[in-house]
Design a protein around this ligand. Structure first.
Ligand code: 7MK
Ligand code: ZN
Length: 879
């Protein structure tokens, strides 16, 4: 733990490296007590005004240091907690540093550590400095050679980046391997793996005819669950060639699955390391959601090979340069392979639920932040998901072809470089010969812009006028904002549901059914000619910008859009808006002690979606999914979590009671026989069927409990068994206990499936859930050092169980505090992720807000608080 308050790093303080690294030879001697790291690098001065070489290093034991083979005396360098300084360093010299590290004691899962007895690394963002002294910054790139020596029996497999060039056996039962990665790379892309692993192998032939060996390494007991990941990898390789003309560049691509991992996965050059939950899949153990996530993350890490590795970031403020772009690419990959509208709806749902909340929090930051204390805290929904939306803006403005031209120019200019988001913007603008400079505000300003639209219709002149205005709430980095460039895709619907051709006043372009308006100023007016009747506008189609759009729709207009909008995204969104209006009304009725009731029109709109068999099943499933309690809380501030729970349950239950026959019929019609398939239609059918079951579960009838038991027992796949169990888990009945026990007994030897068992119970609405979660923390399979377990049990409770997390007595907050303090000492990154549900305390009513704040104060006062947690709690408490 560091002493004192962590300091803030500013983008404006960026200076280029003073020395380049011409080459790097690493050599690891992996042991049971310690690991010895030999680091031999050739440094070349770049900045003539300095002779000091500064290297970063943390938690290292320095054994020796030599310049051009001359061992230095202690007075020739200065070692601190964070690095090593060498004065009067030559213009060019070989520097050899030997250090010792203790991977077996490393619970932070950053740097070199052990998982299930195997060695692995995680270096992004700044883990490499826990391995050796080095200029651990992304703009220092070099060719890495890695030699690994280890016990041959315990660690038969020795892997690093690039190609295996040599290997051999030693006399003492040890062996070694030497890897060479020919592509210069920053240290954050370094990886080493050593262990008792098996692999599956396949091949991929690139368009230009190069054969690439593909391998997935795992512990022996999971070797039969790698097929989906392998197929996904091949699909990703093919897609990137087709859509972006990008081929893989090494002879081998390796993926290693590990159980203990802080994040989802990591794109280390030629040697990805993955959280095992994003690799292993079989119908019995993985849900449809897992299958899609695996494919998308395999794609994401693969796509980084060009957007991240070949072209990397100049500094960590530029994180969204690679992450926003790569998320955009993985979203497009999923959209092309499955259903484009379903993908869009899912991405926007995540953005609205999590990123909008972050943008309204004390941690709000632009996608390119201008300062940070701990960079690990900036792997956020904003940098990733909003970053992807900002990349999408270019495609919306330039079209797919224009976007591709921009990508081509970006690679042509910057291959092998470490660059900035400005370089990306410039490539897009130059390739298309347009001025995109106003897009820069999206990189520098935080907060979710609000766009308000109103419509005038003049029957005499057949003119329809849209008045658009934009504002953006104040955020920590700026209280007033420059206007954003906001593309608004729209259509105008006539009363028969057809689109009215759009003829923009002052434009010579031929009329089109849909178009993209450019909102560039605080207020702007657009008029359309030849509009025969007052239309219903379909605004922000396909969610063309990450904004909150306000238009005063009547309920009838929303129901009309649900039926008629040609844009599938907006059809879905109309339903969500309608539900939100309804929740708002019910919340107000509840607070004035009015009886709750649902309007007939609302119920029949839901019925229309449920019963219209001409509609896509997956889209019906999306449409029938009510906004979450967290979504409702975000737009009904100050939020009262228990009132929100009550009204959402009321709507859910009332729909179930009123449309019972339809839910039953739909459920029955979607029964699939035969083998499990993961195509879009089969997944959509399961999804819709399980949503019907969830509604029916609200009836609280024993026949429904039996139906759940039957589905659980009959299911040939995890999607259906888990769906049945998740209905039962909210019902206090003997079937619940029995099914949970059965699930436990069946899956207790599969740690990933047991995560689902923990998670399920943590999200239960039954009264004693917190007590139960505490008991489950004593279960022999629960482990605070394993991030998946922490997320499954504690994370599910605090992030997906608002009813109990926000218990009026503050017990949920207190529980989280205790967990955070325990995690703080073990794994600061995970502690800092877990503390976030307390961050938006100001969005709640005064009583819960006071309780949340009290816990934040308690954490802040804790001795030995990590910089990771400190940054979040101190910013949350700041005025
Ligand atoms: C995704 C960084 C890595 C949060 C979400 C990922 C991380 C954190 C995967 C780790 C990634 N570079 O590929 O973005
Ligand atoms: Zn990434």
């Amino acid at each position: 733990m560091r002493e004192g308050q962590p300091s803030t790093i500013y983008l404006r303080d960026y200076t280029p490296p003073t020395y380049d690294v011409l080459s790097l030879e690493l050599s690891f001697d992996l042991g049971e007590d310690y690991t010895r790291v030999n680091n031999e690098a050739v440094y070349q001065r770049r900045d003539p005004s300095t002779t000091t070489l500064e290297l970063m290093g943390e938690q290292l034991v320095l054994i020796s240091i030599a310049i051009n083979d001359r061992v230095l005396a202690p007075h020739e360098y200065v070692v601190s907690d964070t690095g090593l300084s060498l004065f009067n360093f030559p213009e060019r010299a070989k520097l050899t540093i030997v250090t010792e590290i203790y991977p077996q004691k490393n619970t932070s899962l950053e740097g070199l550590y052990q998982s299930s007895g195997n060695f692995c690394t995680q270096c992004e963002a700044q883990g490499f400095r826990k391995i050796t002294y080095y200029p651990d910054r992304p703009d220092v790139m070099t060719v890495f050679t890695t030699r690994i020596t280890a016990d041959k029996v315990k660690y038969p497999v020795l892997l690093s980046n690039g190609n295996l060039v040599e290997q051999g056996t030693l006399a003492d039962g040890r062996h070694w391997a030497r890897w060479l990665d020919p592509f210069p790379k920053p240290s954050y892309l370094f990886a080493l793996v050593a262990g008792n692993l098996l692999h599956v192998e396949d091949h991929y032939t690139t368009t230009s005819g190069r054969v690439v060996v593909l391998r997935i390494y795992t512990e022996p007991h999971n070797i039969d669950k790698c097929d989906h990941a392998m197929q996904s990898l091949k699909r990703a390789m093919y897609w990137d060639e087709q859509r972006f003309g990008l081929e893989y560049d090494l002879d081998i691509y390796m993926i290693v699955a590990v159980d203990d991992f802080n994040m989802g996965a990591m794109e280390n050059k030629g040697l990805n390391v993955f959280n095992s939950k994003l690799v292993f899949a079989s119908p019995e153990t993985a849900t449809d959601f897992d299958y899609i996530s695996i494919e998308s993350v395999i794609g994401h890490e693969y796509f980084h090979n060009w957007t991240g590795n070949r072209v990397t970031c100049r500094d960590w403020f530029q994180l969204s340069l690679k992450e926003g772009l790569t998320v955009f690419r993985d979203q497009e990959f999923t959209a092309d392979l499955h259903s484009r509208p379903v993908e869009r709806i899912e991405s926007v749902r995540t953005l609205r639920t999590s990123q909008f909340a972050e943008d309204a929090s004390p941690m709000a930051h632009p996608i390119r932040p201008s300062s940070y204390m701990e960079i690990n805290n900036f792997y956020t929904m904003t940098v990733y998901e909003k970053g992807a939306e900002v990349v999408r803006l270019y495609q919306t403005l330039l079209g797919r072809e224009g976007f591709r031209k921009g990508m081509d120019l970006y690679f042509q200019r910057h291959d092998g470089q470490a660059v900035t988001t400005e370089d990306f913007l410039a490539a897009m603008a130059d390739a298309n010969q347009v001025n995109l400079s106003q897009l820069q505000h999206w990189y520098d300003q935080a907060g979710t812009p609000e766009v308000t639209v109103s419509l005038d219709y003049d029957a005499a002149t057949q003119t329809c006028t849209l008045h658009l205005s934009q504002t953006c709430p104040p955020t920590p980095e700026a209280s007033t904002k420059q206007a954003f460039l906001i593309p608004i895709e729209l259509g105008l619907l006539a009363s028969d549901g057809r689109e009215i051709p759009l003829q923009l006043q002052g434009s010579t372009a031929p009329a089109a059914n849909a178009m993209v308006l450019r909102l560039e100023q605080a207020h702007q007016v657009f008029s359309f000619n030849h509009v025969p009747e007052k239309p219903v506008p379909s605004l922000l189609r396909n969610f063309s910008a990450p904004v909150r759009l306000h238009f005063d729709y009547t309920e009838a207009e929303l129901i009309f859009l649900m039926r008629h909008d040609q844009d599938a995204f907006n059809r879905w969104d109309a339903g969500q808006r309608l539900a939100m209006l309804t929740f708002k009304r019910l919340l107000s009725d509840l607070s004035s002690d009015e009886p709750l009731g649902l309007e007939h029109e609302f119920v029949s709109a839901w019925q229309a979606v449920l019963t219209d068999e001409s509609l896509d099943v997956a889209l019906r499933a999306e449409a029938l999914t009510l906004p979450s309690e967290a979504d409702i809380a975000e737009v009904n501030r100050p939020a009262d979590p228990s009132a929100i729970h009550t009204v959402r349950e009321f709507v859910h239950t009332t729909l179930a009671k009123t449309l019972r026959l339809d839910f039953e019929a739909c459920y029955a019609s979607l029964q699939d026989h035969g083998t499990y398939q993961i195509d879009a239609v089969s997944m959509g059918r399961r999804r819709l069927r399980n949503i019907c079951l969830a509604y029916l579960g609200r009836l609280r009838e024993s026949s429904i409990n039996s139906l759940c038991v039957k589905q659980y027992a009959d299911a040939n796949n995890m999607t259906d068994s888990l769906a049945a169990l998740s209905v039962l888990v909210d019902i206090d009945c003997p079937e619940r206990t029995k099914a949970l026990q059965h699930f436990h007994d069946r899956w207790q030897n599969d740690t990933l499936v047991m995560d689902k068992w923990f998670s399920l119970q943590a999200t239960s609405s039954l009264p004693n859930t917190l007590e139960h979660v505490k008991q489950l923390m004593q279960h022999h399979l629960f482990d605070m050092r394993n991030p998946n377990k922490v997320r499954a049990l504690i994370g599910s409770f605090t992030q997906r169980n608002p009813l109990h997390f926000h218990a009026p007595d503050g017990s949920g907050y207190q529980f989280l505090t205790e967990c955070v303090l325990e995690l703080n000492a073990l794994n600061p990154q995970i502690a800092s992720r877990m503390v976030r549900p307390l961050m938006n305390w100001r969005h709640y009513e005064s009583k819960p807000a006071a309780f949340m704040r009290e816990q934040l104060e308690r954490i802040k006062a804790h001795e030995g608080l990590s910089p990771d947690v400190f940054e979040i709690v101190s910013k949350s408490l700041a005025a």
